[in-house]
Each structure stands twice: as C-alpha cells, then as structure tokens.
Ligand binder design. Structure first.
Ligand code: ADP
Length: 161
C-alpha cells in the first residue's frame, strides 16, 4: 500500500489544493493532507480551523485523511509510513522553490519520493493569498474555494469593509 502525504499551509484550502488532492487520491492508496502548523508566513486561520475546513471538503473521499503536523515534513512522512510527498505546481515560479525543497528533502530522506502534480489549467492562477486578498475586499470567492470556506472567510473579514 502506498501512502502519500500532501503537505502545506492551506490557509485556507482552495479548489486548486482539492484538485491536486483528487488527482493524488486516484494515484495512491491513501492520501494524507498534512496541515503544517508553523509556517513562517502570517496565518489567517488556526491549524484546527484549517484542518476542519479540509476535512469538510474531503468528507466523501474514502482514501483521503487530514492531519496536522509541526515537525519537518520528511519526519512526519516517515512517521506515517508515507513513501511519497505530493506537491502542486502552478507556474515556473513554483517550480524553482519546489525543486529546491525536493532536493533538500531527498537529502534528508532518500527513501521518500516527491511527486509534483498540476491542477487543472483554470486553477493555475489560484493561491490562498489571492483568495484572502479578494475576500478581504468583500468580493465573492465561492468559485475559488468550497462554499463553507467562502463563508469562513466572509465571517473573518466581516466588519472590515
Ligand atoms: P505552502 O505554504 O507549503 O506553499 P500551500 O498551502 O500554499 O503550502 O500549498 C501547498 C502545495 O499546493 C504547494 O505545493 C503549492 O504549490 C500547491 N498549490 C497551491 N495552490 C495550487 C494550485 N492552484 N494548483 C496547483 N498546486 C497548487
């Protein structure tokens, strides 16, 4: 059985992340979407909130689980017995960073392969930061994120407009 871990900040999860997750779920026996608790960037949602939003989005996907971790990604992957780390690629700008991270991770854990997947073309511009920027200005983001995430964003930014 091949377990794949899809790590990220998911602040919040977007339809692009879910597209990558669905592709991974078709390729591997079990996919764990792993929410990193301590990214360098400032967060809008707590780890628990980010986990809950993804859980709700993947409720009907039998081989997908959601977990929270605070260690090095390769340490976490080893702990859950994953042979694969999934990352998503949008444009060339993602590629450089992902390549660097893949090499560093491979140095620390040569037994784990990094697999990069591309989301559908219409999600190639989509990022959590763009979604937050649009939502902060009071615009509708329900075509970019699941409905419950759009509501959570609306709630978070209520009163700012
Ligand atoms: P991180 O903070 O680790 O970059 P993110 O939550 O922003 O985490 O993203 C997790 C992974 O998903 C990254 O590999 C990122 O490139 C990828 N990703 C994010 N949005 C998209 C998208 N629209 N299409 C494809 N991959 C994406």
């Amino acid at each position: 059985m091949i377990v794949a871990v899809y790590p990220g900040s998911f602040d919040p999860v977007t339809r692009g992340h879910l597209d990558v997750t669905a592709r991974a779920a078709r390729l591997f026996d079990r996919v764990i979407v792993a929410v990193y608790g301590r990214p360098v960037k400032r967060l809008l949602f707590s780890a628990e909130e980010r986990v809950r939003m993804i859980e709700q989005a993947v409720l009907d996907w039998p081989n997908v689980a959601v977990e929270h971790y605070d260690t090095l990604t390769v340490e976490y992957a080893r702990r859950v017995g994953a042979k694969v780390i999934i990352r998503g690629l949008r444009a060339l700008t993602d590629f450089e960073l992902e390549l660097q991270m893949a090499h560093i991770n491979h140095r620390m854990a040569p037994e784990i392969e990094v697999v990069c997947l591309m989301a559908a073309q219409h999600y190639s511009f989509l990022s959590s930061s763009i979604v937050k920027e649009i939502a902060a200005l009071g615009a509708d983001v329900s075509n970019l994120v699941p409905t419950h995430v759009a509501h959570a964003l609306q709630e978070r930014f209520r009163g700012e407009n």
